[in-house]
Design a protein. Structure first.
Lengths: 317, 310, 271
């Protein structure tokens, strides 16, 4: 139990540190937010008015605490441009990004698990080398370049799928799926390539385990033994990797949204940067970091489901 | 043609590893009749585990195996993996040295035993669970129902080794290969497991290849014993004759170290090297093996670590 | 096979370095001059790889882009090494609350991918090469700190450090004479891998308009520009895309090769 309290403590401290970092960079360092928001050609009077409106004339620590309190109660601030609460902007965008990231990770696993298994089982054969080479190549291709190539082939040449845009699931499920196929495939291929080498080394480790040999000795073929007894055991290390890769996937998703014009969190964020909408940036980045941390904490707890040794220990017999 | 056939016939079995073809087993031959038991004794790295794994067809991919391994008269070497897998765990099975790590830590032991059964027999009648409990009971695990639902980490070493034994015996195999099955256990548990092994082997009328570094342990299970040294068989004789009149100097050393109770109090305990020195060993190695086969002890050990823990 | 990978890595990295060095002295054409009448020329003579939407020679831009890619890589990886390695050594040697504080700070930074940091910095200071380098460098610090800490812990537990300590060598002596030389190779491998990631990150940032602004050509901005004509002139995007991929591949292979070279136990033949 103490272990989980400690994890919770670390989680809280990390979150606090992250909030300070975000607040410091966006609010404290650049000097005058009001000036930034209005641009350099604004009159001093307007700047002063804006400072008062946002309470920028008050001391920094106070402003930080207010902001933090807002974040904790679900109030991420108000967009300077659209005058909408940041959370209201995040809501619909979150759905898009969540679909993209979720399906992307799923696709990446669908690519990396079989490929990594082949790479491990056939590591002395050409199949293994081929998988390794493809993984190296996939890791080297920038996600946006990969996305552009996929669009070129499937929208430009073949004309099968739309090159950009988004339709919400509730409006038209078919169009929703058609618009998501290419972005999800892009994210899945690039992230899948990164995952392959982790899957491979996790399975190579299983191959040297005694229980794998036992499984072979009771009559499983190598591939079947690996599927039957390897996946769950490899999952323990793979879940860690996927947790660590999560921020990379999120970054990939932000870029993919930009390439495909998907109105997700990345789109929201990059537009806010373009328009210097500081409060949206602050709120969205905080939200993303919060999401990364929460999911990493969930990953920690998922060990309990995978590995019975981590559960409460009881002696039988 | 009705010729009585041996269960297992190993002829000139030679196993080499890696590109440098480091030789782990050199021209080993032996045979087993149905129900017969043979002990293999030798120190770490003598090739006994490699021999066993070669029979099971479980050597690492970088092993080059030559010679012949015949099962009921049919050659096993070069047979496709799928056919060998059908044999494994069914007609021949293996009990490993490390009860702590030989079971899948994420799966309840009952399911692991049942798996060995279902894999070869199927579970159309839903009898796997009953058979599992029956087997766990037969290997002397009280309260088999409860044990079946336990994870490996919840069991003691002796209990786990019994579970592994149950896995090996669940399909009524003709041959059970035991690789140091009791080495990792406490001495008291060791005796009980050996007794049990003797009992179930007799009950199942299964042949047995019993591997150990301990002559005393081997002689409890098997009357015939084969002594291996540096990948070769140096002597084969009934256990009692090995004790009374060991032939090879290395065997003499083994016997002396196994009968420490004969050493008068206060005297230095004997070692194998008192009988078979490193020099004479190096000499015979130089005589027996080709120059490449001698490619460094370090590498040889490394290869062994990879194959099994002999 | 492994050896081949290492040499391929070295060759690719050498190619990028050569391109960067050549660009300092010579490029086929002016990489900044806009020539409207020469827009979107296909590969040929004298524009070997063609021209872009502004009529600028693509090969010249690629060469200068190599310089920018190396510059950002070197600065950001150096920043991460210079900050991360001593922090990791400190955490590993001091242990206790010092280690705890360092690792918690490292956790905080670890939660920020380079892209999010770059977005924050660009929002605050405006996008530039410097913000890109700082963002990538800072985001990479935790990786170095972790490697250095793990290595330090290992060295500190070794017999020769025990011997040095019992013979009265002080902390700094141990750090300088034993820990640093032993973790330097690990840090080197990490640097090579980090370099590959820095190139990818830099390309992504300039592609998103968060890195080096125009007119300085970078591979990322070239791709960004090429996107407008992508269906009609896809080759224009393929060149910088290929350049990024080969550079990243080179540094990744180099890192893998170095790792294998340093730790023979990881080699394929032996498991």
């Amino acid at each position: 139990m103490g272990r989980y309290l400690r994890r919770l403590g670390i989680f809280a401290v990390t979150l606090l540190g992250a909030s300070i970092l975000i607040f410091a960079v966006t609010a404290a360092l650049p000097g005058d937010i009001a000036q930034v928001l209005l641009g350099t050609d604004a009159t001093p009077e307007r700047v002063e008015a804006l400072r008062r409106e946002y309470g920028l004339d008050r001391p920094l620590p106070l402003r930080y605490l207010e902001w933090l309190g807002g974040v904790l109660t679900g109030n991420f601030g108000i967009s300077h441009l659209s005058r909408q609460p940041v959370l209201a902007l995040i809501g619909p965008s979150l759905a898009v990004t969540a679909w993209l990231v979720g399906l992307g990770i799923l696709g990446a696993l669908l690519i990396a698990l079989p490929a990594g298994m082949v790479a491990a089982l056939k590591r002395r054969h050409w199949q293994g080398f081929a998988v390794n080479a493809l993984a190296q190549l996939g890791m080297a291709i920038p996600v946006f370049f990969g996305g552009m190539l996929i669009v070129l082939v499937f929208s430009g040449w073949l004309g099968w799928l739309p090159p950009n845009g988004y339709v919400p699931l509730r409006t038209d499920p078919v169009q929703w799926a058609r618009h998501l196929v290419l972005p999800v495939a892009t994210l899945a291929v690039v992230q899948g390539a990164v995952l392959i080498r982790y899957v491979r080394s996790a399975f190579v480790e299983v191959l040297s385990e005694d229980y794998y040999r036992t499984a072979r000795a009771i009559g499983w073929t190598p591939a079947a033994a690996l599927l039957r007894h390897g996946v769950r055991n490899a999952a323990v290390s793979l879940v860690t990797v996927i947790g660590l890769q999560l921020s990379a996937v999120l970054v990939g998703a932000i870029v993919v949204e930009y390439v495909f014009g998907l109105p997700g969190l990345g789109w929201l964020l990059l537009n806010a940067v373009g328009q210097r909408d500081l409060f949206v940036i602050q709120g969205t980045v905080m939200f993303l970091v919060l999401a990364v941390l929460v999911i990493n904490a969930l990953v920690d707890f998922s060990y309990l489901l995978i590995d019975p040794r981590q559960r409460a220990q009881g002696e039988i017999g | 043609m009705i010729t009585p056939r041996s269960l297992l016939e190993v002829t000139d079995l030679t196993v080499e590893f890696g590109r440098r073809r480091t030789r782990a087993v050199n021209a080993v031959s032996f045979g087993l009749e149905p129900g017969e038991r043979l002990g293999i004794i030798g120190e770490s790295g003598s090739g006994k585990t490699v021999t066993a794994l070669a029979v099971m067809g479980l050597l690492a991919e970088n092993a080059h195996v030559t010679g012949s391994i015949r099962w009921r008269g049919e050659e096993l070497l070069g047979r496709p993996e799928r056919e060998l897998a059908r044999l494994r765990g069914n007609a021949m099975s293996m009990v490993f040295q490390e009860p702590m790590t030989a079971l899948d830590p994420t799966m309840r032991v009952g399911r692991q035993v049942a798996e060995a059964f279902v894999l070869h027999r199927g579970d159309a009648t839903g009898s796997a669970r009953a058979r599992t409990v029956e087997m766990l009971d037969a290997v002397g695990l009280p309260d088999a129902e409860r044990i079946a639902d336990a994870f490996p980490h919840q069991l003691s070493g002796g209990q786990r080794q019994r579970v592994i034994l149950a896995m090996a015996l669940v399909n009524g195999p003709d041959l059970v290969i035991c690789d140091e099955p009791t080495t990792a256990l406490d001495v008291t548990v060791q005796a009980k497991v050996l007794e049990l092994l003797d009992e179930v082997l007799t009950a199942e009328q299964a042949a047995c290849l019993f591997i150990s570094h301990d002559l005393a342990v081997v002689s409890q299970v098997s009357r015939q014993v084969m002594v291996m040294l540096d990948g070769e068989v140096v002597e084969r004789a009934p256990a009692d004759r090995l004790f009374s009149a060991p032939g090879h100097p290395y065997t003499q050393g083994l016997v002396a170290t196994a009968r420490l109770d004969l050493v008068p109090p206060g005297e230095r305990l004997p070692t194998v090297e008192d009988y078979y020195t490193q020099e004479s060993r190096a000499e015979s190695q130089a005589r027996l093996s080709s120059p490449e086969a001698d490619a460094g002890v370090g590498e040889r050990n490394e290869e062994h670590g990879q194959v099994g823990r002999s | 096979m492994r050896r081949f990978q290492l040499w391929l890595g070295i060759a690719l990295v050498a190619l990028v370095v050569a391109a960067a060095v050549i660009s300092l002295f010579w490029t086929p054409f002016d990489p900044l001059r806009v020539v409207p009448e020469k827009r979107l020329l296909p590969p040929g003579w004298p524009h070997l790889l063609g021209t872009d939407g502004f009529g600028i020679d693509i090969l010249s831009q690629l060469l200068v882009g190599a310089r920018m890619c190396l510059l950002v890589g070197i600065i950001s990886v150096s920043l991460a090494t210079v900050v991360g390695v001593p922090l990791g050594m400190l955490a590993g040697q001091a242990g206790g609350w010092v280690s705890e504080v360092v690792m918690r700070i490292s956790d905080v930074v670890y939660a920020f991918p380079a892209l999010l940091l770059a977005i924050l910095l660009a929002a605050g200071f405006g996008a530039s090469t410097v913000t890109a380098m700082v963002a990538i460098g800072v985001a990479t610090i935790p990786a170095f700190a972790r490697v250095a800490r793990a290595g330090t812990l290992q060295v500190m537990a070794s017999d020769f450090v025990l011997a040095a300590r019992s013979s009265g060598t002080n902390r700094w002596g141990i750090a300088g004479r034993h820990v640093l030389p032993n973790i330097a190779p690990l840090a080197g491998v990490q640097a090579s891998v980090a370099f590959a990631m820095a190139i990818l990150a830099e390309a992504a940032l300039s592609y998103l308009g968060l890195g080096t602004p125009r007119p300085t050509p970078t591979w990322g901005t070239m791709l960004r520009d090429a996107q407008d004509f992508f269906f009609t002139a896809p080759l224009q995007a393929v060149w910088p895309g290929l350049a990024i991929a080969l550079a990243v591949l080179g540094f990744n292979l180099l890192g893998d090769g170095l790792r294998d070279h340093l730790d023979p136990r990881l080699r394929e033949g032996v498991q």
